[in-house]
Design a protein around this ligand. Structure first.
Ligand code: G1P
Ligand code: ZN
Length: 542
């Protein structure tokens, strides 16, 4: 087999700060586009003699892209690639394989929770030997390289058969096709009390898991139905489809409407859950009760020692700044550290590697632990099942007793999407300008305690991240956070995060939007949202 050296031209990169390349699928399919980015990765991280993990969430072009990457890895001198059967690997499973085999990193094909298909989104990112997304200096070097490289190397060869598990050769490179589920399922079996969960299902516990026609279907079927004995059919939308069945594979009350309806309907199962396109996000729902991701993180932290993998206790916890402070109260009670990081999973990596935290999470349906270096949807679901099985209580009972012990952090996020970027910037600038004068002001029955813009100094490497969101705190513990999305694709997305602390158990039944009404009004008055962006109602409320 011969190595071809093909000329290429610079490709359009990505804005700084993003961990991989995410574009419309037709852009990725342009001649030499994918190849240019893959060559840039190999040029920056080096391929000769190295071993990589490869797999993706099964979206349209996943299979073709995997074949190109294999041929390019071989042509660049890689020794071995471990690839999921059918080029399938959930993001957390890929992270685990990288760590398990001590590889030199991995290439993950996914655009996460974004829709997939010929006209939708595709993505590719590189994860480091620790299993986590490449940090900014590496992604910056890769994007820089895409603009200067003039040629790429690819092996002239036929497709590798990825349908059968086993070892094949591609030129001088070894390709190991592995079961995408087996090693991940074994890890889950070590972390959680499978016998207790099995007994709970055997006693009639009913669950619904919506895999949203995305990558977790085979994982959830094997773990929940086969290993844990959940009733066949517990997992729905279980076959990964190239276009996710036309669904928007983002597990939140808006996009997982069908699951919410079932959980709030007559004859609802005991427990419901969903995960996203590549399996790193999760949503958890009880019968007639929704668990906000911030509350979920707090409950998992408070009950972690019920799971065998966390019996020794937690080293610490971390949450992104806009995530509610519910977990802070748990950390305080446990006497462990609680870290507040900027938005984005990458900020947890150093804390996990340094052994400073065991659990971490974000309000955006991401929860995880030090078992991998990505957030992990099924992991969170299994942790909940473990807690339910040991405590023998319903989700509603567990949440209510949690709030009685710690108080309740009412929480909501309001998203204003596809906003004119210039108008959003003008609003942010105006708000920044008034921050120094806000302390002590009264509005809508609230008194402002402090107002600032969040900056973060990484306690491990000392790097500083400025301008990570405006936060306004009130004397009663309420809080407003405003920031502009770093992942939106159309114009700007304004995210407004709202929080209010309530210690009185008699008020726990309030609807969050009602409980938050004064905080919402205060946010609109302070940021003058309607005046600047011409809108007063959000597009998505979670
Ligand atoms: C969003 C979420 C953030 C998450 C990221 C990637 O980023 O808010 O918590 O880490 O997606 O899943 P944003 O669009 O807000 O920048
Ligand atoms: Zn995802």
């Amino acid at each position: 087999m011969s190595i071809e050296i093909v000329s290429t031209a610079p490709i359009a990169g990505q804005k700084p700060g993003t961990s991989g390349l995410r574009k419309k699928t037709p852009v990725f399919m342009r001649p030499h586009y994918l190849e240019n980015f893959v060559q840039a990765i190999f040029d920056v991280v080096g391929a000769r003699g190295k071993t990589f993990v490869l797999g993706g969430d099964g979206r349209y072009f996943n299979d073709r892209a995997a074949q190109v990457i294999l041929r390019m890895a071989a042509a660049n001198g890689a020794a071995r690639v471990i690839v999921g059967q059918g080029a399938i690997l959930s993001t957390p499973a890929a992270s685990h394989l990288i760590r398990l085999h001590g590889t030199d990193g991995g290439l993950i094909l996914s655009a996460s929770h974004n829709p997939g298909g010929p006209a939708e989104d595709f993505g590719l990112k590189f994860n480091m030997p620790n299993g986590g997304p490449a940090p900014e200096p590496v992604t910056e070097a890769i994007f820089g390289r895409t603009a200067t490289l003039k040629e790429y190397r690819i092996l002239a060869a036929q497709d590798v058969d990825l349908t059968a598990i086993g070892r094949v050769a591609l030129g001088d490179m070894t390709v190991d096709v592995v079961d995408p589920v087996a090693d991940y399922a074994a890890l889950m079996e070590r972390l959680f009390d499978f016998p207790a969960i099995c007994a709970m299902f055997a006693a009639g516990f009913r669950m619904r898991f919506d895999a949203m026609c995305a990558v977790t279907g085979p994982y959830a079927r094997e773990i929940l139905e086969t290993r844990l004995g959940a009733a066949p059919g517990t997992v729905i939308n279980a076959t990964p489809l190239p276009d996710f069945g036309g669904l928007h594979p983002d597990p939140n009350p808006v996009w997982a409407r069908a699951l919410m309806d079932e959980m709030f309907g007559a004859d609802a199962p005991d427990f419901g859950a969903a995960s996203d396109g590549d399996g790193d996000r999760n949503m958890v729902v009880g019968r007639g009760i929704y668990v906000s991701p911030s509350d979920s993180l707090a409950v998992l932290a408070a009950n972690a020692t019920l799971a065998p993998g966390y019996r020794a206790g937690l080293k610490g916890v971390a949450r992104s700044m806009p995530t509610s402070a519910a977990v802070d109260r748990v950390a305080q009670a446990l006497g462990i550290g609680c870290h507040e990081t900027p938005t984005g999973w990458k900020f947890f990596g150093n804390l996990l590697d340094a052994g400073k935290v065991t659990l971490c999470g974000e309000e955006s349906f991401g929860t995880g632990s030090d078992h991998v270096r990505e957030k992990d949807g099924l992991w969170a679901v299994l942790m909940w099942l473990n807690i339910l099985a040991v405590r023998k209580q319903s989700v509603a009972e567990i949440l209510t007793s949690h709030w009685s012990s710690f108080g309740r952090n009412y929480y909501s996020r309001h998203d204003f999407e596809a906003v004119d970027a210039a108008k959003a910037d003008a609003m942010a600038t105006a708000l920044r300008g008034i921050l120094p004068d806000l302390a002590g002001q009264h509005l809508h029955g609230l008194t402002i305690l402090s107002a600032d813009e969040f900056a973060y100094t990484d306690p491990v490497d000392g790097s500083v991240s400025q301008r990570q969101g405006v936060r306004i705190r009130f004397t009663d513990g309420s809080r407003i956070v405003l920031r502009l999305s770093g992942t939106g694709t159309e114009g700007a997305t304004l995210r407004l995060y709202l929080e209010r602390y309530e210690a009185d158990p008699d008020r726990f039944s309030l609807d969050p939007q009602l409980a938050l009404a004064p905080v919402i009004q205060a946010a609109h008055s302070l940021a003058r949202i309607a005046e600047y962006i011409g809108r007063s109602a959000p597009d998505v409320i979670t």
